[in-house]
Ligand binder design. Structure first.
Ligand SMILES: [Zn+2]
Ligand SMILES: [Zn+2]
Length: 127
């Protein structure tokens, strides 16, 4: 295979590179390092920002009320919502409410609006 070229521009460049091998290498290396650093920094910044907002929130939430998380996930797996809201008895039940997180399977079936009222303290969900 012949790779020879008669192009004077190419020949010059080739010669320059051969004569300045180290310089050529340095330039390329510097360019790569500079760009790698930029790339790395922006990725790191993005990861930091995300870790703070997502993990930070989840961690605090779980630490604050592990019982609640447990009860909710258990109820999600074991209890199926059916029938009408236990408070207004008008709307279809779409929410589960735990009057007592120590009893994860004892839930009330509520509509969204009654559920909100309970958590705002407008009505008492504990009967
Ligand atoms: Zn309701
Ligand atoms: Zn609730």
């Amino acid at each position: 295979m012949k790779t020879e070229s008669k192009d004077p521009y190419y020949e010059n460049k080739k010669r320059w590179r051969l004569e300045h091998k180290e310089l050529d290498y340095e330039i390329k290396k510097r360019w790569r390092l500079k760009h790698k650093e930029l790339d790395y920094k922006s990725k790191k910044r993005w990861a930091n920002k995300n870790r703070e907002t997502r993990n930070g929130f989840q961690k605090k939430y779980a630490e604050y009320n592990p019982e609640k998380i447990e009860a909710q996930s258990l109820a999600n797996r074991k209890v199926k919502i059916k029938g009408f809201c236990e408070i207004c008895k008008v709307n279809k039940a779409t929410e589960k409410h735990h009057p007592d997180y120590a009893k994860p399977l004892e839930v009330m079936f509520l509509c969204l609006s009654c559920h909100k009222k309970i958590h705002k303290g407008v009505i008492d969900g504990k009967e």
